[in-house]
Design a protein around this ligand. Structure first.
Ligand code: SF4
Length: 122
C-alpha cells in the first residue's frame, strides 16, 4: 500500500448515467448496482480524467492509502467506447479525432482537438 491520489465517487450524488466509464482509459470504473465504482485500486491512476465528464459533480480525487497503480494491468483492460461521446462543436466522434472533456456554459461537454483552438481563442 502507498499513499497516493485516487478517484473518489460520491454514491449519494451518482445517478448511474455511465458517462465516466468510457473516458477512463484504464478501465477502473464500472457500474455496480446502478452506481459508478472504482472496481480495482490497481487500475486507477488518479489522473481524474473522469471528473470533468460527470454531470452531477460526483467525482473528486483524494489522497489515501491504496494499492499501487499497475500500468500493465491497466493496459490489458478492454477499451470501452461510447458512441454518445461527440464534439459539441462539430459532432465528430472519437473514431475521427481526439476528444477532450471540457466545462463550458455550466455543462460537461466534449470537444475535439480541431475545435478546441476556436473555443479557446474565439
Ligand atoms: S458520470 Fe457521475 S453520475 Fe454518471 S455514472 Fe459516473 S459518477 Fe455516476
Amino acid at each position: 500500500m502507498v499513499n497516493r491520489t485516487m478517484v473518489k465517487i460520491d454514491e449519494e450524488k451518482c445517478t448511474g448515467c455511465g458517462k465516466c466509464i468510457a473516458p477512463c482509459a484504464e478501465g477502473a470504473i464500472e457500474l455496480v448496482d446502478g452506481k459508478a465504482k472504482v472496481v480495482s485500486e490497481e487500475l486507477c491512476d488518479g489522473m481524474g480524467f473522469c471528473i470533468g465528464v460527470c454531470p452531477v459533480g460526483a467525482i473528486t480525487v483524494e489522497q489515501r492509502q491504496a494499492l499501487e497503480f499497475n500500468p500493465e494491468k491497466a493496459e490489458a483492460q478492454p477499451k470501452k467506447t461510447d458512441s454518445s461521446i461527440q464534439c459539441f462543436k462539430c459532432g465528430c466522434g472519437e473514431d475521427n479525432a481526439y476528444l477532450l472533456p471540457v466545462r463550458h456554459g455550466m455543462e460537461s461537454l466534449w470537444v475535439c482537438t480541431r475545435c478546441l483552438p476556436q473555443l479557446i481563442h474565439g
